[in-house]
Design a protein around this ligand. Structure first.
Ligand code: SAM
Length: 332
């Protein structure tokens, strides 16, 4: 049973045995030998790492100096030719968390803390200036903010179905994006499964950062009931993910592309969902992202044996990023 314990005056997370047993069975089969080291990272929060994505709309030389002094280095130095110099993300090999920045009315935040692997779906989407972009499942907004560090879209539609999370998304956007750019952003609260019918063939790029089993946080479910319920609901996720993808494909213009991502290791929610889409939608083709994976392979560990249109980031000590699955598809 998981409970949060007070140790040395700090809240310490405890592993939920029900979730761990479930993962153990599934992932030992799916990941083979790689699972043992992934499990060691996931179950040991004191080796977790956090990346710092700088906000180009609120640059701070002082912050960059502090990061250098603390041993941080840029995560993607020159590895991706299409990344603008203004896109800056700092990481370091040692675990620990840089303090989060408090919300201050009327002042843009200087940085966003995130799992560095969360940037890979955004980088794979390759948004260019002027393109119309849909972020289908956008809250709390990390990938929306990252997208706007890469390019100035024509229209940027950020959607989130959940009421509370949608308000969180709005707050993130307001904290990072200045006037007048913020006026290009439309925030909606729709069921992503319906957007394809509501906005057919409207977007050049769609990000489907799908609701999924969040392996990292599920391992620390607060009690046995919560974990059991999550594991039951887990079975329904592939169907929801498939429907979100179908909707995203409808929302794409012919020639447009989409990126699908999850933060689970589960094959049922990753490759299986993408394979089902490829087998059932004749207007969709896989897009090779192996060059991108190669370009960032110094900082990320990937599961071997994946197809060229997909990757799975495996957390490893010193490179504790992921889990993150990314796949890219193009509409013909
Ligand atoms: N992209 C976000 C980021 O980078 O900060 C994280 C997105 S999270 C993995 C998935 C989100 O999908 C959740 O906020 C969840 O509430 C939302 N969601 C769940 N069902 C949805 C649906 N039918 N349509 C749209 N969003 C949905």
């Amino acid at each position: 049973i998981t409970l949060e314990n007070k140790t040395k005056g700090k809240l310490q997370k405890q592993i939920c045995q029900v979730a761990l047993d479930h993962f153990e069975k599934q992932y030992a089969t799916e990941l083979g030998e790689a699972w043992a080291s992934v499990r060691d990272v996931l179950t040991y929060p004191s080796c977790w790492q956090y990346a710092i994505l700088l906000n180009k709309f609120s640059p701070s030389a002082e912050l960059e100096n502090t990061l250098h002094v603390k041993g941080y280095h840029p995560a993607f130095p020159g590895s991706l030719p299409y990344l603008p110099a203004s896109f800056k993300c700092y990481i370091r090999r040692t675990p620990g968390r840089f303090p989060a920045q408090k919300h201050q009315a009327g002042k843009l935040k200087e940085y966003y803390l995130l799992n560095a692997a969360s940037l890979l779906p955004v980088l794979a989407l390759e948004v260019k200036d002027g393109e119309d972009v849909l972020d289908l499942c956008a809250a709390p907004g990390g990938k929306s903010v990252a997208t706007l560090q890469c390019a100035y879209p024509g229209q940027f539609h950020c959607n989130e179905y959940d009421d509370l999370r949608s308000r969180w998304l709005k707050q993130t956007i307001e904290s990072f994006i200045p006037d007048p750019l913020i006026n290009l952003i439309m925030v909606s609260k729709l069921d992503g499964r319906q957007i394809g019918d509501l906005k057919p063939e409207l977007y050049d790029k769609v990000l489907v950062d799908a609701p999924c089993s969040n392996d990292r946080s599920w391992l620390f479910s607060s009690d046995i009931q919560q974990a059991t319920l999550r594991l039951i609901q887990r079975k329904e996720l592939p169907s929801l993910q498939f429907q979100l993808l179908r909707s995203a494909i409808k929302a794409l213009r012919p020639g447009g592309s989409l990126v699908y991502s999850t933060c689970t290791l589960s094959k049922a929610e990753n490759s299986n969902v993408i394979n089902l889409i490829l087998n059932s939608c004749s207007n969709v083709m896989p897009v090779d992202i192996s060059e991108m994976a190669k370009a960032v392979s110094q900082e990320f560990t990937f599961l071997g044996g994946m197809q060229q249109h997909e990757l799975l980031v495996l957390p490893e000590k010193g490179r504790a990023w992921g889990p993150m699955y990314v796949a890219k598809l193009k509409k013909m």
